[in-house]
Design a protein around this ligand. Structure first.
Ligand SMILES: CC(C)(COP(=O)(O)OP(=O)(O)OC[C@H]1O[C@@H](n2cnc3c(N)ncnc32)[C@H](O)[C@@H]1OP(=O)(O)O)[C@@H](O)C(=O)NCCC(=O)NCCS
Length: 254
């Protein structure tokens, strides 16, 4: 296992309706997630993945590391995102502008609650999954990301996020991406006050679940109650993060 991952030895690959992963790609992903051997139900998992990638507006991104010591290409990270037409750009522009002009997370959470169609609970997130026709349209929703522990803390998540955003922008003309960040270090205090916290050293959030989004250019909007189903560390809560892809491209960040 590599301690330090050299950037120029990384390569990236996307899979979705345009290019579907092979059986061996899926096996690598399952092995990566299980951190070892393929589980007994690997075939079923592969079938399920195949089905989803073929039918739903999903994109999978793989990050490989070419290890020159043993000439092996190892999967060191992956990310999954999907397109949704359930959120409109005007609404995201409004939330983003409000946040940038200093409106508090508490006020923004209230604003969202007042517009039930945008109430971003887990049910809503789940519904994003069932829009087969949304592929390449609307808003990109960043679903999950994982970097191998042995390669963590080197900003590699940034590489995955940046490439995923750039592809949506260049290939499908997408202007916004959203994410529901985890808050694995949540101390059970008031949620909106929690998400307002900043580290003194760099003004990023002290919770690593939010920080990597901010580093990649995402703007934290407000805390979201009930935005995960099975995340006890975060108490099933999280925060809404918006990425303005037009702005990020202007700044050459994607
Ligand atoms: C979240 C994740 C993708 C970040 O990837 P990464 O490439 O390590 O990200 P970064 O290098 O930008 O690290 C961001 C910061 O979080 C810290 N960090 C990352 N994982 C951490 C962990 N498990 N515990 C404590 N700190 C952690 C890093 O040390 C770094 O700190 P710094 O800002 O002080 O330098 C990775 O930690 C991961 O795969 N986590 C498990 C899955 C997960 O929770 N995914 C997120 C939501 S789907």
């Amino acid at each position: 296992m590599q301690a330090k991952t050299t950037r120029d030895k990384l390569s990236f690959e996307f899979f979705d309706r345009d290019k579907q992963p092979t059986q061996s790609n899926y096996q690598q992903l399952i092995r990566f997630r299980e951190a070892g051997q393929l589980p007994d139900d690997a075939d079923q998992q592969i079938k399920d993945f195949r089905d989803k990638v073929a039918r739903l507006p999903l994109t999978l991104e793989y990050m490989w590391y070419q290890d020159s010591a043993n000439d092996q290409k190892t999967l060191v990270g992956y990310m999954m995102s999907k397109y949704t037409e359930l959120l409109d750009e005007e609404w995201l522009t409004e939330l983003l502008a409000a946040r940038m002009s200093g409106v508090t997370a508490h006020e923004l959470a209230e604003k969202i609650k007042a517009r039930p169609q945008y109430d971003l609970g887990w049910d809503k997130v789940n519904r994003f999954s069932w829009e087969p026709d949304a592929f390449g349209k609307g808003v990109l929703s960043l679903v999950n990301i994982e970097v191998a522990r042995t390669s963590g803390g080197q900003g590699l998540s940034d590489e995955l996020v940046t490439r995923m955003l750039a592809r949506a922008y260049d290939k499908f003309n997408i202007s916004y991406a959203i994410a529901y960040s985890r808050i694995p270090q949540y101390d059970r205090s008031d949620l909106q006050q929690y998400v307002e916290r900043q580290r003194e050293s760099d003004q990023f959030h002290p919770d690593w679940g939010i920080r990597f989004h901010q580093r990649a250019g995402g703007v934290l909007i407000c805390g979201v109650e009930n935005c995960a189903e099975n995340d006890p560390d975060s108490d099933n809560k999280g925060s809404l993060v918006i990425y303005d892809l037009v702005e990020l491209r202007k700044q050459s960040r994607i």
